[in-house]
Design a protein around this ligand. Structure first.
Ligand SMILES: Nc1ncnc2c1ncn2[C@@H]1O[C@H](COP(=O)(O)OP(=O)(O)OP(=O)(O)O)[C@@H](O)[C@H]1O
Ligand SMILES: [Mg+2]
Length: 410
């Protein structure tokens, strides 16, 4: 039987590859007796999968019992699953068969399995491993032949970490895992499912079906759907009831998806226009990165030259005027705190092969001298006008002011 027929039979809408794959795995595993663990966020549509597995198994004529483990009080769950003997606890007026006994030869679906108390998890592990269990209040071993399928929207590894779920049980249940993807990861299915819910609702209530403008459809497709298909169903029905205009535009849709912009901001980039902005921003970033890389390469070269020559001479200064100028222009504050005079010499301790340390220190002082000299020259040339002197030196007025103070230039 192909996936399409199964979808029709079980009322599954959607054609995404991940959904088709999950259906395929369910059909493949159905004829075996292996345990299956179905995982996925709340509302993704887990509940239909155990039905598919049961329907395609050799147990299809046996019983199928779905147990919502989260809905049974902790005090009675063992008795519900495994039965009890008369008088085994207050109120046990009669003995009673549990689901594992009733479903002998069939399938049990343990929904919300992560909600089981740890003591029940021990009993479950035993029945999975040996096919044996005890009724509450009895020491008589009962044998059963039940296939177990479990489902959860809880991240089990996290529950194991928090000691809320037994690791051995997890591995036992998870023999064949089927993960149902969240709705936001099957974008192509969203509108299909919406249409199905809209048409169903209209037929049930004998009214025209709602439809969406292209903008409203884009919103629907880009929404995060934290409640998945269940939420999509609720919203479709709400709109169907409330809106008199049967063509829903983006403004109306926004009313039903109030957290749309917070939830799915990156969706803006999906729009063609915004994609353009995104691309040009990306180009800009690439350019900045490229420029930075060029600067770093220039700087490396400069440092190497300084180290090889043992200091800065006039030639070096002229050859590297551009990068030196850029350095001072770009980051005066940084230079002020982190790159002053000594650093060039102090940094040299990292380069151990330079032998004559004294000479380096002396030469590095000449950088200061050179700088002082240049500043003086520029000030004289511009009759002490700092603004023009700074411009010519290629540094900010603030840096020049600081250097004048530092070098005590009058
Ligand atoms: N592919 C689908 N096509 C149409 N309806 C779907 C589909 N998947 C799920 N539904 C519907 O969405 C609703 C939620 O599905 P279901 O109850 O299976 O969710 P769940 O995964 O068990 O969630 P939870 O973890 O909260 O129990 C149901 O009404 C179900 O019929
Ligand atoms: Mg469920």
């Amino acid at each position: 039987m192909n996936a399409q027929t199964i979808k029709q039979r079980f009322g599954i809408i959607g054609n995404s590859a991940t959904l088709n794959r999950a259906i395929e795995v369910a059909v493949q595993v159905a004829p075996t007796d292996l345990s299956v663990l179905i995982t996925g966020e709340s509302g993704v549509g887990k509940e239909v999968f155990p039905q598919i597995i049961h329907a395609f198994s050799s147990r299809k004529h046996g019983g199928y019992i779905a147990v919502n483990c989260g809905a049974i009080p902790e005090g009675t769950i063992d008795s519900e699953l495994f039965g009890h003997e008369k008088g085994s606890f207050t109120g046990a007026y009669d003995s009673r068969k549990g689901y594992f006994e009733v479903a002998n030869g069939g399938t049990i679906f343990l929904d919300e399995v992560a909600e089981l108390p740890l003591s029940t998890q021990v009993r479950l592990l035993r029945v999975l491993e040996t096919g044996e269990f005890l009724r509450v209040g009895s020491s008589k071993i009962i044998k059963t032949n039940v296939r177990v399928i479990a489902a959860t929207n809880v991240e089990i590894p996290k529950a194991i970490h928090e000691n809320k779920f037994r690791e051995d049980l997890f591995y036992r249940l998870n023999t064949v895992p089927i993960a149902i993807p969240p709705l936001r990861d099957r974008q192509e299915d969203i509108h299909l499912i919406f249409r199905k819910f809209a048409v169903d609702f209209a037929e049930r209530n004998r009214m025209p079906s709602i439809s969406l403008t292209p903008e409203a459809k884009t919103m629907l497709d880009n929404y995060r759907w934290p409640g998945n298909i269940r939420q999509l169903k609720n919203i479709t029905e709400q709109i169907s009831v409330i809106e008199t205009n049967r063509v829903i535009d983006d403004n109306t849709m926004r009313l039903y998806l109030p957290d749309y912009f917070q939830e799915k901001l990156p969706a803006l980039y999906r729009d063609n226009v915004d994609q353009k902005t995104f691309n040009s921003e990306r180009e800009l970033l690439y350019k900045i990165l490229f420029d930075m890389k060029t600067d770093v390469t220039d700087l490396k070269k400069l440092v190497l030259d300084i180290m090889q020559k043992g200091g800065v001479d006039a030639e070096l200064h002229t050859n590297n005027a551009k990068i030196i100028k850029k350095l001072y222009q770009d980051e005066p504050a940084y230079i002020e705190e982190e790159v002053p005079k000594q650093q060039i010499s102090i940094n040299d301790h990292q380069v151990k092969h330079i032998e004559d340390t004294e000479e380096i220190i002396e030469e590095s002082l000449s950088l200061e001298e050179k700088e002082k000299e240049l500043i003086l020259k520029a000030l004289i040339r511009h009759s002490g006008k700092r603004k023009y002197a700074a411009e010519e030196l290629g540094i900010s007025e603030r840096t020049l002011y600081r250097k004048i103070k530092e070098y005590d230039i009058n």
